[in-house]
Write a protein that binds this ligand. Structure first.
Ligand code: PLP
Length: 363
């Protein structure tokens, strides 16, 4: 029997691949003959450790993460990383530089300010974060401890595709909403982090990928659980990790390999996003995209209609037609379709057809 699946455009937590959910369902009460659910396994058991280490290996393989980098599974969401990064990597006498491209970058910067000196490398606030800065807008000050960017701006719908070359300055990226969506050169980054709940799995797991030299320069006076080296030394098993979430993440990574890895996934994501961007671009202004064309996100497609009244009507009809999660974030208004890895092509096709029909009826 075919499962009844929603047209899910939620910004996060968001859709998971059906195949992953079905696999988890099959294994739910008896994981590989253990007579236990993964949820019931000791985190010190061999069966669980296999799940844990395989997830690390799969992530390294898929993202092309250099062998020596550490892959950590943490808790507290990407929001806790906003504080952990400056706690560990912003020493006195240095400054942390932030590129502010949306609300999440602003939140990251706000946390850093509590621990030391910071500066804004560039900000796109003036145009309500509708673009990614050009590389020549980025200027770094002396004594910069690290450079922080948000690779995909979930709320505003913009995404970096070319990252700055920061030379010796460690580049740190919040990839919460586009990790695993297209190939990147992981070796450019001193650290990458992401809450799992968009492209990686269920909420409750936070992935941190850390270059080893960062640990050598880390601050000393940091509580045990908030130190990266605690988790590095213990392979993310210092305390009880979110075992079921890590298991689900592992299943998502196996699924991603079956899609042809990140190159295969990028191809699908481009085709999916094009369906919806084309509906916007061919609407002769009926739909107005928020992001400038060359900054458009493949993950979050933000658009407006002529009036708030018409937007309300659009959202109400879309809801009626079975579309979930299309309301824009309150800071942009309008509509947002989140087309993460697990959102099927057919779901995006259905939305683009709905948009075209809605326009015909209301133009
Ligand atoms: N960073 C980005 C880019 C996000 O999209 C989000 C959540 O939507 C966060 C950070 C916050 O993540 P968490 O809820 O895991 O703390």
């Amino acid at each position: 029997k075919q499962a009844q699946r929603a047209y899910n455009f939620n910004a996060g937590p968001s859709a998971l691949p059906l195949a992953v959910l079905e696999k988890a369902q099959q294994e739910l009460v008896d994981f590989k003959g253990t007579g236990m659910s993964v949820m019931e396994l000791s985190h010190r058991s061999a069966a669980y450790e296999q799940v844990h280490n395989q997830a690390i290996a799969s992530l390294k393989e898929l993202m092309g993460i250099p062998e020596e980098y550490h892959v950590l599974f943490l808790q507290g969401g990407a929001s806790t990383q906003f504080a952990m990064i400056p706690m560990n990597f912003l020493p006195q006498g240095k400054k942390a530089g932030y590129v502010v491209t949306g609300s999440w970058s602003e939140k990251a910067l706000k946390e850093a300010k509590m621990f030391g000196d910071t500066y804004t490398i560039a900000s796109t606030k003036e145009t309500n974060h509708n673009r990614i800065p050009k590389l020549d807008e980025l200027a770094y000050e002396e004594n910069t401890a690290y450079v922080h960017v948000t690779s995909n701006n979930t709320i505003f719908g913009t995404e970096w595709f070319t990252f700055p070359d920061t030379g010796d300055l460690p580049l740190i990226a919040d990839m919460s909403s586009d990790i695993l969506s297209h190939p990147i050169d992981a070796s450019k980054f001193a650290m990458i982090y992401a809450g799992a709940q968009k492209n990686l799995g269920p909420s409750g797991v936070t992935v941190a990928i850390v270059r080893p030299d960062m640990l050598e320069r880390a601050n000393e006076n940091v509580p045990t659980m908030l130190r990266y080296d605690t988790h590095v030394k213990n392979n993310s098993l210092y305390n009880t990790p979110p075992t079921f979430g890590i298991y689900m993440l592992g299943l998502v990574l196996e699924w991603a390999k079956e899609q042809g890895g990140l190159a295969g996934i990028e191809k699908m994501n481009r085709e999916k996003a094009a369906l919806i961007y084309d509906a916007i671009d061919q609407s002769e202004g009926f739909y107005k995209g928020h992001a400038e064309k060359d900054s458009r996100s493949l993950m979050n497609i933000t658009f407006r209609l002529a009036s708030e009244e018409l937007e309300k009507e659009f959202l109400a009809e879309a809801k009626q037609a079975g579309f979930v999660g299309l309301n824009g974030h309150r800071s942009v208004g309008g509509c947002r379709a989140s087309t993460y890895n697990a959102v099927p092509y057919e779901t995006c096709k259905a939305l683009s057809e709905f948009m075209i029909n809605f326009q015909k009826k209301n133009a």
